[in-house]
Design a protein around this ligand. Sequence first.
Ligand code: CAA
Length: 392
Amino acid sequence: MAMDPKKDYQGLSDECLAMIEEVRSFCEKEVKQTAIDADANPEVQDPKMMEVIAKACKLGYNAFDVPAENGGAGFTKLESVALLEAMSWYDAGFGITISANGLAGGPVVIGGNQQQKDRMYEIIMNGGIGSFCLTEPAAGCDASAGQSVAVKEGDEYVINGGKCFITNGPLASYYVVFAMTDKSKGAGHGYSAFFIDKKAEDVPGMTIGRIENKMGIRNSQVSEVLFDNVRVPASALIGKEGEGFKLAMKTLDVARITCGITAIGICQRALDEAAAYTKERVQFGAPLANNEVIQFKLADMAMKLQAGRQLCIHATDLYMQHVPFSAEAAMAKCVASDASAYISSEAVQILGGYGFMRNYPVEKLMRDSKIFQIFEGTNEIQRMVIGRSIVK
Ligand code: CAA
């Protein structure tokens, strides 16, 4: 019962449906086994997986919602969400690598000038992906507590500080960096966003620190990104000084939908693996699938999956109609990630002892799912966003 793009998503174009087929065939060949092998590699950067990511970007999988006039596919947000779910079924780390490009590009799309947008799209169309540099050791859930600073000197800004847990840090060809330009105004009005249109190695003073060794989504690269007197031209500023926090929040609203749908990719994979196993596994003289206790488990998994998916689709619809959607995006992320934690754990349960073993795919899904309750704002933060929208 894999995701049916015509039934589960309404109104996808024929081009998008064809692209979903193309993506599935690419991932079947290139991602499926490589992701399992790379996950088992104790090294944090698996060379084969890096090659697959580069290949996918060369094919334009990083550019699904880049406008056609900039050379991209010009798919709608709903279409790129459906494509992301299809990719994430194969490997959530792969999905997050691709979707974090959208996260990085968000501030440029929302608040950047045409020159910045054109440059970013040029990088993406050349196979590049981006990195969103917000989180710091003291600023996780409390995004406003960042210590990085950008000081204006003539027609440049000088950035100092350190970011951590930065997705795509070691891989990126462009970075969007948040730093304080006026501490007296607090983060809400003192943070600014900067577009650095180069690889870190090409920016004097900018370095990639520790690359993290993670429990799950091991095929997504996460690192420190460090700034030591990094000089960027004044033209790197996105929007105006002081607009950074709001740009980050608006971007995260959209990214919470894509985070949610990546978790739905895990849900669907876990359900599919578990359902297939119940038909093969015979206990007490009959396939597990004949057992009502098991059917009820599969039913609960399917209900939670579809609830999460449809919340993601609903939040995407609101976004596309320019209707406020912050609370709905938070609901989508929260329900979808809780669903992936539950469903992947139930998949392990259904496979029993085999589910716990590394040579069956579901234990990886359980490890991959956990981070979705944590990043892009913990699910406690999502409840804060939803709760505030109710009582405001
Ligand atoms: N859209 C527009 N403006 C917004 C906004 C939104 N969604 N949310 C807040 N704002 C505005 C507020 O209106 C306010 O503006 P004024 O001062 O003009 O009134 C200003 O921003 C400050 O807002 P708050 O007082 O609500 O800010 P806060 O400090 O209480 O924080 C928060 C709010 C929701 C908790 C926020 O800190 C948050 O989202 N934290 C989580 C951080 C996060 O998600 N990090 C993820 C990092 S990226 C990642 O994980 C990705 C990855 O690796 C793949």
